[in-house]
Design a protein around this ligand. Structure first.
Ligand code: UN1
Length: 495
C-alpha cells in the first residue's frame, strides 16, 4: 500500500478539500508508486493563504537572529536525514544518488547561510544633508510569499526560496512540483521540527494551472518566487503584475560551453560530460550547446563520443550508475521530438537519439546520451531548451565567433569557456551575455551563497542565492530621525 501524504495548512496535516488525490511514481520504475498526494484546488490555497496572512504579524515579531537559529536547526536535521532524503529523491525523480546527496547538501548550505544572515540583514547609515538629523535604512518583511518550485532540484530550490523568506520574516505558501511532492513534504516536516511557527509554512500539493495560479492571483499573496520554464514564467508575471506583486523568476536556459584551441582538453571533456549529461541534462544550467574551436574540433569530438558512449544508464539507486531516467513520459516525448527536429533540420547524430530500454530500464523513462554535430546556430536544437541529455555541437573559428554564437539565443543563464589564455578569459567574462560565467569549469555547479540567475528571457532581473535572495524577500525602509527640535526643510533650509 503506497504511503498517503497530505497538505499542511494552518498548522494541520489535511487532505484536499475535494478529497481528490494523484499518484507520484518512480521514473526509473513506473510500477512503483512513491506516494499518493492531495490534488488540491483554489479552496485549499485560500485556506493556506489565510493562515499565512494571520501568522505574519507573529512570525515577523520573532527577532531575526532567532529565526536564523531555527533555519540552523533545519540544516542540522537535513544533515541527519541526508541519506534518507537522497534515496527518496532518487526514487521520486530519478537522478543518481551522488547528485541527490548534493541536492540535499545545497539545502544544508543554504540553511547555514540563513543562520548567519539572521544576524546580518544589514541596512545602511548615511549622513543627512541637514544638521542634527540621522538617516538610515532597515530591511522589513513583506508578507505572504508564494513559492512555486520545479522537480529537478526538489530540495535545493525550495530551500533557496523558503529559508530566506522565513528568515526575512515572511510567511509561506509552498506549491512544489507534482513530480516531487514527497521530498517537499520532508522539507516541511523538518521546518516544523526545527521550530518554524506552524501557520507560517503552508504546503499545498497539486497542479500548476490550478494550485499555482490560485497562489499567483490571490490578492493576499504579496510576492511570488517561481523556477520553471520561460513560457510559464511569462504567464505568472502577467497575472501577478496586475496586482503589482513582487515576482522573482528563474526560467529557461540554453547554456553553452566554449572550448578554445589552447584549452586543456581533458579538463574540458570532464566539464562537458558533467554539464551535459549530469542530472540527465535536466538542469536550468545544463550544457546543451558545445562550441568548439575548429582546430580542436575533430580531436575533441572523438574524445567526447568515446566517453559519452560509455555512460552507464540505469536506476540511480545503483551506485555504479552514472545517468538516471528523465522525469516522465511526456518529457521523454518532448526530448525525442527534438531529436527528430534536429534530424529534419540537417544536423547529424553521432551518438544516441533514442529511448533506452535495456533490461530493467524498459520499466522507466530512460533516454540515451545524445550528441548532434553539424549544428548551425539558427537551428531549433541550438536555440530551444530541450531539458534532456541532448548536446548540440557547433564549430567556430575564433573567440569572437564563439562568443557571438554563445550569445545568439533568447536565454542567458549559465556559460563556460575553457582556455588557458588570460586575455581570452577576461574578454569572455566581459562579453558573454549570461548571469553566470565559468572559466575552466562546466556550466553547472553554482554555490548557494553566490547570486544565481540569468539575463534576457531567463528571468526578470532578480537573483537567488546568497545576499541577493534576502533583497528579494524583504523591503527596504528608509528612516529619518530629526533631533534638531525644529522643522528642517530638506533642499530648502540648507540652501
Ligand atoms: C537548476 O538547474 O535549476 O548550478 C539549478 C547548478 C546547481 C543548481 C541548478 N547548483 O547546476
Amino acid at each position: 500500500m503506497a504511503k498517503k501524504y497530505q497538505n499542511f495548512i494552518n498548522g494541520q496535516w489535511v487532505d484536499a478539500r475535494s478529497g481528490e488525490t494523484f499518484e507520484n511514481r518512480n521514473p526509473a520504475n513506473w510500477d512503483e508508486i512513491v506516494g499518493i498526494f492531495p490534488k488540491s484546488g483554489k479552496e485549499d490555497v485560500d485556506a493556506a493563504v489565510a493562515a499565512a496572512r494571520k501568522a505574519f504579524d507573529k512570525w515577523k515579531a520573532v527577532p531575526a537572529p532567532q529565526r536564523g537559529e531555527i533555519m540552523k536547526r533545519a540544516g542540522d536535521l537535513l544533515v541527519e536525514r541526508k541519506e534518507e532524503i537522497a534515496r527518496l529523491m532518487t526514487r521520486e525523480m530519478g537522478k543518481i544518488l551522488v547528485e541527490t546527496r548534493g541536492d540535499v547538501q545545497e539545502g544544508i548550505d543554504t540553511a547555514y547561510y540563513a543562520f548567519g544572515e539572521g544576524r546580518r540583514m544589514f541596512g545602511r547609515t548615511v549622513p543627512s544633508e541637514l544638521p542634527n538629523k540621522f538617516n538610515m535604512t532597515t530591511r522589513i518583511p513583506i508578507g505572504v510569499a508564494g513559492i512555486i518550485t520545479p522537480w529537478n532540484f526538489p530540495m535545493a530550490i525550495p530551500t533557496w526560496k523558503i529559508f530566506p523568506a522565513l528568515t526575512c520574516g515572511d510567511t509561506v505558501v509552498f506549491k512544489p512540483a507534482s513530480d516531487t511532492p514527497a521530498t517537499a513534504t520532508v522539507f516541511v516536516e523538518i521546518l516544523l521540527e526545527a521550530g518554524v511557527m506552524p501557520e507560517a509554512i503552508n504546503l499545498v500539493h497539486g497542479g500548476g494551472s490550478t494550485v499555482g495560479m490560485a497562489i499567483v492571483t490571490h490578492p493576499d499573496v504579496n510576492m511570488i518566487s517561481f523556477t520553471g520554464s520561460s513560457a510559464v514564467g511569462k504567464v505568472i508575471n502577467a497575472a501577478a503584475g496586475k496586482d503589482l506583486k513582487r515576482v522573482s523568476l528563474e526560467l529557461g536556459g540554453k547554456n553553452a560551453q566554449i572550448v578554445m584551441d589552447d584549452a586543456n582538453l581533458e579538463l574540458a571533456l570532464e566539464g562537458v560530460l558533467w554539464g551535459a549529461f549530469g542530472t540527465t541534462g535536466q538542469r536550468c544550467t545544463a550544457t546543451s550547446r558545445l562550441i568548439l574551436h575548429e582546430k580542436v574540433y575533430d580531436k575533441f569530438l572523438d574524445m567526447l563520443v568515446e566517453r559519452a558512449s560509455k555512460i552507464k544508464i540505469g536506476n540511480g539507486l545503483d551506485e555504479s550508475v552514472e545517468m538516471g531516467p528523465v522525469i516522465n513520459e511526456s518529457q521523454r516525448e518532448i526530448i525525442h521530438n527534438y531529436v527528430k527536429i534536429g534530424l529534419e533540420e540537417g544536423a547529424t547524430l553521432v551518438l544516441g537519439g533514442d529511448v533506452y530500454e535495456e533490461g530493467e530500464c524498459a520499466k522507466g523513462w530512460f533516454y540515451q546520451p545524445t550528441i548532434f554535430v553539424d549544428v548551425k546556430p539558427n537551428m531549433r536544437i541550438a536555440q530551444e531548451e530541450i531539458f534532456g541529455p541532448v548536446l548540440s555541437v557547433l564549430k567556430v573559428s575564433d573567440l569572437d565567433e564563439a562568443i557571438k554564437v554563445l550569445n545568439g539565443t533568447k536565454y542567458g543563464l549559465s556559460s563556460s569557456i575553457y582556455t588557458q589564455d588570460v586575455n581570452a578569459a577576461f574578454k569572455a567574462m566581459r562579453d558573454i551575455e549570461a548571469g553566470i560565467t565559468y572559466i575552466n569549469g562546466p556550466t553547472i555547479g553554482a554555490e548557494c551563497h553566490m547570486p544565481f540567475g540569468g539575463v534576457k528571457e531567463t528571468g526578470n532581473g532578480h537573483r537567488e542565492g546568497g545576499w541577493s535572495a534576502y533583497d528579494f524577500f524583504s523591503e527596504v525602509k528608509t528612516i529619518y530621525v530629526d533631533y534638531s527640535g525644529r522643522l528642517q526643510r530638506a533642499q530648502i533650509d540648507n540652501r
